[in-house]
Design a protein around this ligand. Structure first.
Ligand code: 2IT
Length: 444
């Protein structure tokens, strides 16, 4: 495979799609050696076929706000690859949403989903709708208008969306209601549903829980105890709260969270009632974190990110490219031992290069945050069987899956000096599964 040529072609075809090109480059570079051991991949042009989505739907979403004004948003669904199972991946509602971001997320989802060991292909979708500051009725009308288009393209065995940034239980429920009315069926067409109509226990906290199970394995493998380690988290959305709960349970201390206004530093640890308080605040305050400082006597640092705090472990939980080279330098200078992305593509390529150069344990999102979509896969299974498992059953399966993903990373990521390159391990393991499936099924 001539990687440079393929990347140049993609850059020419998709100029300005920076996030998408960044995600593709990372995978191609890390799988190159393995790819070249398989002349049959080259012959079937697996790489060239993988980097382009199967199809992209893009549509207009007109809706009426509370003042009676007509609003128009853009909606998308990127169906990237379904070689190993139905397209599966979340929906993101955020003003920054564009095709580059959804293509990067859909591309990553292919390999992440392959790693979970469950039969799920890769897809992603969303809208540039901004849920912040919208009333509940506006969110409902928008979700209904969005589903009025999306429902034509999805189905429980075709394409199964879920949440992502800006889409939680409330939004999934509104979309599910519209889907079941239009399609006249009650199926597992969306995951992240409420418990009353087919949701799975543990799904809301699964991304954070899974992330901490993975970090626990990383540390254990290096002979390090997670107990009493300090952790910096960013964000406080669908992901960070589960991470904070599980980190505390494992004996670590979470000292930061962040929002659009800055970050909180709480040396006493962010746990228990403090997490409950933040969950309540989040529902009414558009993700800002400052009120926490006054309530619990902690430090609020406006307009900065938490990576300047001295910690043992850093866990980006907010969005892509939220930890850059300068942040990485500072973390390393402050003695960080492990950085693991619970957000998708949380670190820039330059930051990752620094972690690898300094032999810092670095976990890529595809592996670390796979517990969310894995538990979505478990929700699909429960829906298909028309049963529901207990929290303990789901948690045990999640634990097993994260442990298996860690094993796959060890298998494909171990370097000659013993350092584990988790990025390479995750990319190669995920890629091999999808590539073999594509090869077996012929050119389609
Ligand atoms: O990035 C992700 O893996 C998600 N937003 C969850 C996707 C899912 O289908 O549960």
């Amino acid at each position: 495979m001539n990687i440079d040529k393929l990347i140049q072609q993609l850059e020419a075809k998709h100029p300005g799609e920076y996030e998408y090109l960044q995600a593709v480059k990372e995978v191609l570079i890390t799988i190159e050696a393995e790819y070249n051991n398989h002349p049959e991949f080259e012959k079937a042009k697996i790489a060239e076929r993988l980097v382009e989505p199967d199809r992209i739907f893009s549509f207009k979403i007109p809706w009426v706000d509370d003042r009676g004004d007509v609003q128009i948003n853009l909606g998308y669904r990127v169906q990237f690859n379904n070689a190993i199972g139905p397209y599966k991946g979340g929906l993101r509602f955020h003003p920054s949403v564009n095709l580059s971001i959804l293509k990067f997320l859909g591309f990553e989802q292919i390999f992440k989903n392959a790693l979970t060991t469950l039969p799920m292909g890769g897809g992603k979708g969303g809208s540039d709708f901004n849920p912040k500051g919208k009333s509940d009725a506006e969110v409902m009308r928008f979700c209904q208008a969005f589903m009025l288009e999306l429902w034509k393209y999805i189905g429980p065995d075709t394409d199964v969306p879920a949440g992502d940034i800006g889409v939680g239980g409330r939004e999934v429920a509104y979309m599910y209601g519209m889907y079941r009315k239009l399609a006249r069926e009650n199926t597992g067409v969306l995951t992240g549903k409420n418990l009353e109509f087919g949701g799975s226990l543990i799904r809301p906290e699964a991304t954070g829980f899974g992330g901490l199970y993975f970090v626990h394995h990383m540390l254990e493998n290096a002979g390090v105890d997670i107990k009493d380690k300090t952790i910096a988290l960013s964000g406080f959305g669908n992901v960070a709260w589960g991470a904070a709960i599980k980190a505390t349970e494992l004996g670590a201390k979470v000292v930061t969270i962040s929002g659009p206004d800055g970050y909180i530093y709480d040396a006493a640890g962010i746990s228990g009632e403090k997490i409950e308080y933040m969950l309540d605040l989040r529902a009414t305050c558009n993700d800002i974190v400052e009120p926490y400082a006054e309530k619990f006597g902690a430090v609020f640092v406006p307009n900065r990110r938490p990576w300047e705090v001295k910690v043992d472990i850093a866990l980006p939980c907010a969005t892509q490219n939220e930890l850059n080279e300068a942040d990485a330098e500072l973390l390393i200078k402050n003695g960080v031992i492990c950085v693991a992305e619970i957000s998708n593509m949380g670190c820039t390529p330059e930051a990752i290069d620094l972690f690898l150069k300094h032999k810092i344990m670095y976990g890529p999102g595809k592996a670390v945050n796979a517990g969310g979509v894995a538990t979505s896969g478990l929700e699909m299974t429960q829906n298909a069987m028309h049963i529901s498992w207990t929290a303990a059953e789901v948690d045990e399966k999640l634990h097993q899956i994260m442990s298996e993903i860690h094993n796959q990373c060890l298998r494909y990521g171990k370097e000659a000096d013993g350092y584990i390159n988790y990025m390479k391990g995750a990319n190669v393991a995920g890629f091999l599964k999808v590539a073999k499936a594509m090869l077996a099924q012929g050119v389609i």
